[in-house]
Design a binder for this molecule. Structure first.
Ligand code: UDP
Ligand code: MG
Length: 185
């Protein structure tokens, strides 16, 4: 039985309505931990201005990852100081903060198997000039100062960064109907 089947069986055992419930079958916490890895992706202000938000989302959806949080916001200096703490001594830091606060950005949390590593590969090199074609940066940008997206560089960093950008209740634990097709039994 696939995960949806297991989820429905548990719902029925609890005497709850299953698939007819408007929000779909809810089976919180049912996925194994390795399928629940999460990463932070920021669609940076240049990409929002260039109407690239949909193109970025589409790549993650097509890959099979699950969107569990998303919001449009204007970042302030405080959140960026925490987010880019490791880069504070770099010569480009003031320009980076000015860029990241220059307009709205879209913060997203994506979930799935090996999502941190896969996302870094999908995003490509920091410098778009050397980012491979087919990566987000390699396809949508030219210069390191305007490189379209941010992605967490490790599982631990992702956990910390998600905490900077999202409250716990802004992340949704929902059953994705395609999980029987994107993951094996
Ligand atoms: N950055 C920059 N100039 C540089 C290196 C980095 O403007 O020479 C910016 C760029 O926006 C990059 C961000 O700083 O995405 C964070 O740098 P990091 O080395 O963490 O690269 P990333 O993890 O984003 O690939
Ligand atoms: Mg980084």
């Amino acid at each position: 039985m696939g995960s949806l089947g297991r989820c429905l069986a548990r719902s029925l055992l609890r005497g709850q309505p299953g698939p007819s419930r408007p929000a779909g079958p809810r089976c919180y916490g049912s996925a194994p931990p390795e399928l629940q890895e999460q990463t932070l992706v920021l669609v940076k202000p240049d990409a929002v201005q260039r109407r690239l938000v949909g193109s970025v989302i589409q790549r993650f959806e097509r890959r099979g990852f699950k969107l569990v949080g998303m919001k449009l916001l204007q970042a302030n200096q405080g959140i960026l100081e925490r987010h880019y703490e490791q880069l504070r001594q770099k010569p480009f830091y003031p320009v980076l903060v000015a860029y990241m606060t220059s307009g709205p950005l879209v913060a997203m949390v994506w979930e799935g198997y090996n999502v941190v590593k896969s996302t870094r590969a999908m995003v490509g090199d920091t410098n778009p000039a050397t980012a491979a074609a087919g990566t987000i940066r390699g396809d949508f940008s030219m210069h390191v100062s305007r490189n379209v997206v941010h992605a967490s560089d490790s599982v631990e960093t992702a956990r910390r960064e998600i905490g900077f950008w999202f409250q716990r209740d802004e992340l949704l634990d929902w059953h994705s109907g395609d999980s029987d097709y994107t993951y094996g039994p």
